[in-house]
Design a protein. Structure first.
Lengths: 303, 187
């Protein structure tokens, strides 16, 4: 891609960041900044942290933002770099930019609406319309967007049932190659209600996890939950993830004990992480993440 | 040993005892799930292309490949003979192994011979080779509708379209990647 074309994208990226901040400030959120360098990471089976001196670079700001929720903050957002070892591809960078926000007193359904409002706001402010074109497909952003459960998505698009896919270890393959390309085509799609085994740190209700992912034009943009607020349960889940990592012959991570000593419970809330680079890709109709980042690891001959 | 995180375009690995080169590579990772490494691989002996999806726990044997500059000596029956000009070691490749390169293989031409685990498996030609035209019909203007080029036969037996001014006995330069005429060589 030519430098001129890239310059246009970087200018638009700067406007997008500016408008995101405007959206949250208007709604009474405060922007927070939390440390990147931490002595702990939240153990997750398939996310590997980059080691730093006496600790790790954070893989997301989740832990510190939850600390703030426990201390009484109610509406917070953060835009920051996150680091994940070995993730590099057309949609992945080992160092990428995340928007993460938490909202006390709402569940994941209301959070989905808030997410709709954010992206509609950005699109209207930047382009004066509620439609975008991505990969030759026109997507209408006018709410409400499609909501579909993981179970329904398997029934509708996959060659195997959800249960069979999980039992045979084919969940990811089926998701990536059969289901994702169908999601968010005419309207954005919230894929919701994950199996309990994939709850991560979301609340479990009626035998499913109150977790969702947002897809627009097959592109996975965000992951949100009704947050798990029971700290004892949270500790157990982290220990289970560490056991899974051990079984995969991966390094285990120290459980953040000081966090659990300080925070005895979280207020009822929801939270979401949205990939800024992918959002810029979508709004600039770019298919490669390298084209929306001013300086890439390739520019530096790194990774 | 390579791990899945080493996979990238151009990497050469062994699958079922044969060398493969990754010609296309796609990294995917759904949500909080495990990473998938989708590869398009080309068998470096047969040229057959296959698709494979790997996961982070998979490991791979690097392909033991070596390239040597050698000179083409002669063809006998179905065998092409190449020689290392320093050690005078000679190796033989079958017509199948030489493949389309046979169309541009002139006597004494220097090529790269590719070895897998010590055995020759194929050759790589220079991008441009100068070859003699051995047969060309005399050209009469207006003979054909496609009047700027005509077919001629090269010393290797290969038929190529060249500009009408090229005559029998002349040498031309050919691009071995496209199999097309580049220029006339004046000697």
């Amino acid at each position: 891609m030519s430098q001129e074309l890239k310059n246009d994208i970087i200018v638009l990226r700067s406007e997008i960041l500016h408008k995101i901040r405007e959206f949250f400030h208007r709604r009474g959120f405060i922007e927070v900044e939390t440390p990147f360098l931490l002595p702990y990471v939240i153990p997750e089976s398939y996310i590997d942290a980059i080691k730093a001196e006496n600790g790790f670079l954070h893989t997301s700001p989740e832990l510190c933002m939850k600390l703030l929720l426990g201390l009484g903050y109610e509406k917070i957002f953060q835009i920051c770099k996150c680091f994940r070892k070995g993730e590099k591809g057309k949609l992945h960078l080992p160092e990428f930019t995340m928007l993460e926000w938490y909202h006390v007193g709402i569940d994941y359904n209301t959070l989905m609406q808030e997410c709709e409002s954010l992206i509609v706001f950005l699109c209207k402010e930047l382009f004066g319309k509620e439609k975008i074109r991505y990969k030759n497909t026109e997507v209408s952003l006018t709410p409400p967007w499609e909501r579909i459960t993981v179970n329904e998505a398997f029934k509708r698009y996959a060659s195997v049932s959800l249960q069979d896919a999980i039992n045979k270890g084919l969940f990811e393959e089926t998701m990536v190659y059969e289901i994702e390309p169908n999601l968010g085509i005419k309207k954005p799609t919230f894929l919701k209600d994950y199996p309990v085994s994939m709850a991560a740190l979301s609340k479990i209700k009626d035998n499913h996890a109150e977790r969702f992912e947002l897809y627009i034009c097959g592109l996975e943009l965000a992951n949100g939950y009704t947050e798990l607020t029971d700290m004892e349960e949270m500790k157990k889940r982290l220990e289970i993830e560490n056991k899974k990592r051990k079984a995969l012959k991966k390094e285990t991570y120290p459980i953040p004990k000081p966090f659990f000593l300080k925070i005895k419970h979280l207020p009822e809330c929801s939270g979401i992480a949205l990939g800024i680079d992918r959002l810029v890709m979508l709004l600039c109709n770019e298919e490669n993440i390298n084209n929306v980042v001013a300086v890439t690891p390739d520019d530096l001959n790194y990774c | 040993m390579y791990t899945a995180s080493d996979l990238r375009k151009g990497l050469k690995i062994v699958i079922d005892n044969e060398p493969y080169i990754i010609i296309d590579f796609q990294f995917s990772k759904p949500g909080k799930g495990q990473a998938l490494y989708k590869c398009k691989l080309k068998n470096m002996i047969t040229g057959v292309i296959i698709d494979k999806t790997y996961r982070s726990i998979d490991t791979f044997q690097p392909a033991d490949l070596e390239e040597k500059k050698m000179q083409f000596l002669y063809k006998q029956d179905n065998q092409y003979c190449f020689m290392d000009m320093e050690t005078y070691e000679q190796v033989f490749l079958t017509e199948d192994q030489v493949g389309d390169a046979k169309n541009f293989l002139t006597d004494n031409l220097e090529v790269e011979v590719l070895f897998f685990e010590g055995k020759p498996i194929g050759i790589e030609l220079p991008n441009f080779v100068d070859i003699k035209v051995v047969k060309s019909e005399p050209w009469v203007k207006g003979d054909s509708v496609s009047s700027n080029t005509k077919p001629v036969v090269l010393e290797t037996g290969y038929v190529i379209r060249v500009p009408t001014f090229i005559e029998e006995g002349e040498k031309i330069r050919v691009d071995t990647r496209t199999g097309e005429y580049v220029t006339r060589i004046k000697e």
